[in-house]
Design a protein around this ligand. Structure first.
Ligand code: FAD
Ligand code: UDP
Length: 377
């Protein structure tokens, strides 16, 4: 095997696994390393030792996409069971349906509105003086008005991001729809589901190829690139450069595990909108696998806080300061030859799993194309 045919992939999450597979299938020898003792990155699932329930170790993960090629791709490595994410939220001592829909609106205002009436009522609450919402708060006030904003978004968002919603970009709220019908599915995508044996089993199958070797508990340093034709790096961008310009800001999560005999909350995800409750949500994992029967239940209370140097980075903050720092690191990354920065950490973006897979497939294909035509990447 010539040295130029060896590829190093840093990170065995979805980004790394998909690229490794695409290149191995085309005849490259791929070595995948990961600092953790398991594959699948933040999508990792494992059986809880006490209850046998399949747990989403780094927080709840629901697969949803409109990208049919990506949907077919994941179904090639795992049987997906139908799964709809029906989230509830506790606000002011009541349980509501989320995203805000006609049921939420009627319950909250004590009304019996039909769709058009609800739309007109909510529009009357909206602050129409805001023509181009820039911040999270402006976006909320513009589209749902102060009461719904205070009940469902303000407290939750402060807990999640550790800052006033007026300091956050509008784009964060744009991820959540407001519906004037009784549709209570969190996502509106054509394809949605849950891998029957979990995401880790799926990623193990993606990596199961004779030309892929996986080394766990192996942290990358740049001397390891020697002897490889190309490196695909899905670790933190600032970490690659030894945090030379400082650290990109992230929120991290703490999970407080508890068990219960029976059904603790009746659904997989219950949000807590009030600021007085210190956690953002409780996940009851057995509801992610309704086809399995478990008497015991395992739940995670989820707390969000600023990410320290030894914590796991979860949500990129991407405020003005971070964006300036990101530009500095992006300039350094531009100058690296034979390295491609991929995935949520190395590009410092919030990426859903389907987008991660789409980008990984496109990146691998571009590399193969460039190799075939003698170009560089
Ligand atoms: P990661 O999964 O983070 O993988 C990167 C890997 O690189 C990790 O395994 C890490 O250990 C390894 N690594 C890092 N640095 C080094 C190093 N120096 N040396 C060696 N290895 C290293 N998406 C959805 O589509 N639906 C959801 O419901 C959903 N829920 C989410 C909930 C939460 C709380 C969060 C934070 C994200 C959620 N996502 C969801 C997004 C999903 O987690 C990402 O799309 C996915 O994890 C991205 O994969 P990745 O391979 O880019 O990154
Ligand atoms: N959000 C909120 N209340 C909720 C759920 C979400 O205010 O009950 C806000 C919060 O700021 C969050 C954003 O809406 O970051 C986007 O929600 P999403 O469910 O996409 O968050 P994620 O999947 O990132 O946890």
């Amino acid at each position: 095997m010539r040295a130029k045919d060896r590829i190093l992939v840093v990170g065995a999450g979805l980004s790394g696994a998909v690229i490794a597979r695409e290149l191995a299938q085309e005849g490259f020898q791929v070595e995948v390393i990961d600092a953790r003792d398991h594959v699948a990155g933040n999508c990792h699932t494992q059986r809880d030792p006490d209850t046998g329930v399949l747990v989403h170790v780094y927080g709840p993960h629901i697969f949803h996409t409109d990208d049919t090629e990506v949907w077919d791709y994941v179904n090639g490595f795992q049987t997906f069971r139908p799964y709809k994410n029906r989230v509830k939220t506790v606000s002011g001592g009541q349980v509501y349906s989320l995203p805000i829909n006609l049921h939420t609106i009627n319950q909250f205002f004590g009304t019996c509105f039909r769709p058009d009436e609800a739309r007109a009522f909510v529009e009357a609450q909206a602050d129409t003086s805001i023509t181009e919402p820039r911040t999270f708060e402006e976006q909320a006030l513009r589209f749902v008005g102060r009461d719904l904003y205070a009940a469902f978004f303000e407290g939750y968002t402060r807990k999640q991001w550790g800052c006033p919603p007026a300091d956050l970009p509008a784009a964060i709220l744009k991820r959540l729809p407001v519906r004037f019908n009784y549709e209570d599915d969190y996502f509106s995508h054509a394809h949605q589901g849950m891998p029957e044996d979990g995401y880790t089993a799926m990623v193990e199958n993606i990596l199961d190829h004779p030309d892929i070797t996986v080394k766990l508990e192996t942290r990358f340093d740049r001397t390891q690139s020697d002897g490889f034709a190309h490196v695909f790096y899905s670790g933190p961008l600032d970490g690659y450069f030894g945090y030379a310009h400082g650290r990109l800001g992230y929120r991290t999560l703490d999970f407080e595990r508890f068990t219960y005999q029976g059904d603790y909350q009746g659904c997989a995800v219950m949000n807590y909108a009030d600021l007085a409750v210190p956690y953002t949500r409780i996940t009851e994992h057995k509801h992610f696998s309704p086809w399995e029967a478990h008497e015991g239940s395992v739940c995670y209370r989820e707390f969000s806080r600023a990410c320290g140097p030894d914590d796991i980075p979860y949500y990129p903050i991407r405020l003005v300061e971070e964006k300036a720092l990101l530009a500095d690191y992006a300039a350094l990354a531009e100058r690296e030859t034979d390295v491609t920065f991929v995935g949520r950490l190395a590009t410092y973006r919030y990426l859903d799993m389907d987008v991660t897979i789409r980008e990984a497939l496109d990146t691998a294909r571009l590399y193969l194309e460039r190799r075939a035509t003698g170009g560089v990447m």
